[in-house]
Design a protein around this ligand. Structure first.
Ligand code: 2AL
Length: 243
């Protein structure tokens, strides 16, 4: 099975981190490649960034269809363009927030999300409401570290773990979800320090795509995720014409 992990921002170094954490959970017979969006924001930290990340994501999915990918991971915690991506393929397409939050509900009664900027908390709450039962997400907490600072700020691990510890206490939760692909490298250390399941969505989504492929299930083209009806797209988006 061939899994394509898409970093919908345009920062190659983040893609390398994402790829390493995805590759760490690939099973036998799985080939994985990670790609960086060729257009859009350097990082995704606002609704504006989220909207402008979608064309690059869709271009990456289209390229994956050409290259024979069997499944996809959308490696940004806002799960940008997830539904649109599913209209382009019959392969499974899993977002990292989606995978992490679902996994969290399987191993605890309530989870807390530790994410980057406070302004992205609403998106995490919206996704939790979409993916999980009422009450499963107990809190969303921001460490106020910009996405691109996660890589090279030596205080990141301490700040994320301390915030997660406070979240467990204040939220009464028993699982932590890391709220950014750039936090993937913190998962093992945070798990060891906190003594609770800490879930990284990059790994969770990669495993879930493999699981779906093992079940031989992919995105249903029967209804809402059928290919988009043909129509002209003009201007900068002319390249997205699907004739
Ligand atoms: N909550 C987030 O900061 N999400 C993210 N922004 C990115 O650019 N990648 C992410 O995972």
């Amino acid at each position: 099975m061939r899994i394509r992990v898409v970093n919908p921002n345009t920062t190659e170094s983040m893609t390398a981190l994402i790829e390493a954490n995805a590759r760490a959970v690939t099973g036998p017979g799985v080939t994985l490649d990670a790609v960086t969006s060729t257009m859009g924001p350097a990082s995704i930290e606002s609704h504006y960034d989220e909207a402008l990340a979608v064309p690059g994501l869709l271009a990456a999915i289209t390229a994956g269809e050409r290259d024979g990918a069997d499944g996809y991971v959308v490696a940004c915690f806002g799960d940008p363009g997830l539904d649109a991506a599913r209209e382009l393929t019959d392969a499974p397409v899993i977002g990292i927030a989606e995978a992490a939050m679902h996994a969290a509900t399987l191993v605890g009664r309530g989870f807390s999300v530790v994410t980057t900027l406070a302004r992205t908390r609403g998106r995490a709450w919206d996704l939790a409401a979409r993916y999980t039962p009422a009450g499963a997400c107990r809190g969303v907490h921001a460490c106020d570290i910009p996405v691109l600072a996660l890589e090279n700020d030596p205080t990141v691990r301490r700040r994320v773990v301390d915030l997660a510890r406070r979240a467990l206490a204040t939220d009464g939760s028993d699982v932590i979800v890391l709220g950014c692909a750039g936090m993937a490298g913190l998962c093992a250390a945070a798990t060891a320090e906190l003594g609770v399941p800490v879930i990284d969505g990059v790994a969770a989504a990669t495993v879930l795509v493999q699981a779906l492929l093992t079940l031989k299930v992919g995105t249903s083209g029967h209804g809402e995720y059928a290919p988009p009806p043909p129509k002209p797209y003009i201007g900068l988006l002319e390249v997205f014409n699907r004739t």
